[in-house]
Design a protein around this ligand. Structure first.
Ligand SMILES: NC(=O)c1ccc[n+]([C@@H]2O[C@H](COP(=O)([O-])OP(=O)(O)OC[C@H]3O[C@@H](n4cnc5c(N)ncnc54)[C@H](OP(=O)(O)O)[C@@H]3O)[C@@H](O)[C@H]2O)c1
Length: 183
């Protein structure tokens, strides 16, 4: 079975969104997301779909959207209504194109749903506190909340290039779930 990796961007409080919007629009972060996910599989909830350009599935990737709505269909995506159905789809895709990687890309409810199944999280850390936020990712730095997770890589700090993010630095970090025998 292919592993599952989350891609997420967070602020200092591990907040990820506000009123169904991203907290930070930074072109280098979006390019990083595109580079990781193009040609691969992205998994997300129906609310995150609403945040994409024209509210459409992202091109050049296999899109899997979670929704409870059994009538919901959209061109360019596979819609699933349960984890059981998701595992069926994943198995089928793995057989068809075994080289494809699987990325869980939000939002809060889908990250939570997948947390027990994730092996790795690729986190863009914006070193600031957003003023308004109402969606969060598990704080992987908090040993009480995330005792199994360990940071294994952090890039150099980079300055944001978007004018509204002037003065804010970010980095790319990788967290891995430690197995019992590795602790
Ligand atoms: N910072 C980041 O990296 C990042 C990435 C992605 C998103 N975000 C942010 O996260 C926020 C959205 O997160 P969210 O939690 O509100 O929404 P979401 O996780 O994107 O989508 C929630 C929807 O997914 C469906 N769903 C959830 N659990 C399900 C299950 N077990 N079975 C079937 N369907 C299920 C439901 O769709 P139906 O209502 O259709 O039934 C639910 O309303 C936004 O602010 C967005 O900008 C941030």
């Amino acid at each position: 079975m292919k592993s599952l990796t989350a891609i997420v961007s967070v602020d200092d409080d591990w907040a990820i969104g506000f009123d169904n919007k991203l907290l930070f629009h930074e072109s280098k972060d979006l390019a990083h997301f595109r580079a990781l996910t193009t040609g691969n599989v992205i998994i997300y909830g129906s609310k995150t779909l609403q945040t994409f350009p024209n509210k459409k599935p992202l091109p050049m990737r296999t899109n899997i959207i979670f929704s409870h709505d059994k009538d919901f269909k959209i061109d360019g995506a596979i819609v699933v209504h349960s984890m059981e159905k998701f595992w069926d789809v994943k198995r089928r895709l793995e057989m068809q194109e075994p080289e494809r990687e699987f990325f869980v890309v939000g939002g809060e409810s889908i990250y939570n749903l997948f947390m027990p199944f994730l092996d790795e999280c690729i986190v863009t850390r914006f070193f600031t506190r957003a003023n308004h936020k109402n969606r969060y990712f598990l704080n992987l730095e908090n040993p009480q909340d995330a005792p199994d997770w360990k940071m294994i890589y952090a890039s150099e700090l980079k300055p944001c290039t978007a004018p509204e993010l002037e003065g804010i630095d970010f980095d790319f970090a990788i967290y891995k779930k430690e197995r019992e025998e590795e602790k």
